[in-house]
Design a protein around this ligand. Structure first.
Ligand code: FE2
Length: 423
């Protein structure tokens, strides 16, 4: 396939992308292709690498209201509510909801998701369900699973044994939740145990870390320390890190360089952080999201995740990573064109780095996992949460939609563009 006349995220216009055997073979102007190569005219629209969600919970998605809604809106009530729902879960229901979400994801050009899966259920029902879903959707969506001890590695009696069983079954990443352990010391100990387990097994680590407004919750320091000590550079992710929002500035000025040295990845979850954090505040009320621009400036790889869609923690969401990028840039006040582009990267290439997917992006040799957006630039894509005109998985069209007419009427759009796409 030859995609002609595309605009790229870096702003280059009238660019052709040649796809062969599911991979990007060449990118350039007026490319030649072997005779008979099917062509798609992008008509100046934005061709981007597919979206990647670096942080999600596919076992709880679409369970909103079961068995009741979260009255306080807090993280802790959400965890309690999930605990109420767990005994009622069935594998069939878990699979059905996850597959429904995967359909939404592909329609939005989201082709890779890292999902945490709760292992604090001796039946490992959610693990079995998501392993089945992972296999089932593999032709069109990459799902990477994290063994997540939701009720605390040390606080929940069988969590460590269950977590190891989940890894034995094929879950790829070691998770954790140090701030939910009974004490700071237990939290630190859980990080040591989990990082050593990951080092032994050659796995990646992604912990829910310091997901609170407590400025003294400093598990990210411990996670960074063990990353350094065990040589896990580039394989460890700190998810949420919301306490960094409230930490003392002097302490953060020491912490961020240590995180950069250990090459820790950071995942902020803007939709969830802005709604769950600050719930104990009156006014002024904290935003709760970690220090995204400062972390990016220090050279850390920062991605945004969706985290929750219609579950005990969050009633909204739609698998739209442009919504996530838009919320992220608002909360972080990243409104310059370069910063908006950085937020777009946070839901595409940066997120792929978190998952360790090397064959992602607009570059020769990468998988042709692409999305054609009804927008003329990254800024416009984020502004409009642009329509997904075509989604390709390894060069094969897996989703698409007709141009949205109302967008044509918005000011700033060139009137001469013919939006009809070759299919
Ligand atoms: Fe999460």
């Amino acid at each position: 396939m030859l995609i002609r006349h595309a605009t790229l995220p870096d702003g280059r216009r009238d660019i052709d992308v040649l796809v062969q055997d599911g991979h990007i073979a060449a990118i350039g102007q007026r490319l030649a292709a072997p005779e008979g190569t099917p062509e798609v005219d992008a008509r100046g629209q934005l061709l981007a690498p597919s979206f990647v969600d670096a942080h999600f919970h596919m076992d709880s998605t679409l369970s909103y209201g079961l068995p009741r809604v979260n009255a306080s809106g807090t993280l802790l009530e959400g965890i309690a509510l999930w605990g109420e729902l767990k005994p009622q879960l069935t594998q069939d229901a878990l699979v059905e909801r996850a597959l429904q979400y995967c359909d939404w994801a592909v329609a939005k050009g989201l082709l890779a998701i890292r999902s945490h899966v709760d292992v604090c259920d001796d039946r490992l029902l959610a693990v079995e369900a998501l392993l089945q879903v992972k296999q089932q959707v593999a032709p069109y969506l990459d799902v990477q699973l994290v063994a997540f001890p939701q009720d605390g590695l040390l606080r929940s009696p069988n969590a460590l044994a269950n977590l190891k069983r989940a890894l034995d079954k094929g879950v790829e990443v070691v998770g954790g939740i140090p701030h939910f352990e009974r004490t700071m010391a237990d939290g630190a100990e859980s990080i040591r145990i989990l990082c050593e387990l990951a080092a032994e097994r050659g796995l990646r680590v992604d912990m829910h870390c310091d997901e609170s407004d407590d400025p003294m919750s400093r598990h990210i320091e411990t996670l960074t320390f063990h990353t350094q000590r065990l040589g896990l550079h580039g394989r460890v992710t700190g998810s949420h890190l919301t306490s960094m929002h409230s930490m003392d500035n002097y302490y953060v000025s020491k912490l961020i360089p240590l995180m950069a040295e250990a090459q820790v990845h950071v995942v902020a979850n803007p939709l969830i952080n802005i709604t769950l954090q600050g719930r104990h505040d009156t006014y002024p009320r904290r935003r709760g999201m970690t220090r995204v621009p400062e972390l990016m400036t220090a050279g850390l790889n920062v991605a945004f995740g969706q985290d929750c869609v219609m579950d005990p923690w969050y009633p909204l969401g739609s698998a739209d990573m442009l919504e996530v990028a838009q919320m992220g840039l608002h909360v972080a006040q990243m409104t310059s064109p370069a910063q908006i582009a950085a937020c777009f990267d946070a839901v595409t290439v940066n997120a792929a780095k978190v998952l360790g997917i090397e064959h992602h992006g607009l570059k020769p040799g990468a998988d042709a996992n692409l999305v054609l957006l009804q927008a003329g630039s990254i800024v416009e894509a984020v502004r409009l949460r642009a329509n997904r005109l075509v989604v390709w998985r390894c060069g094969k069209r897996v989703a698409g939609s007709a141009p949205v007419v109302s967008q044509l009427e918005l000011p700033g759009r060139p009137a001469h563009v013919d939006w009809t796409l070759a299919r």
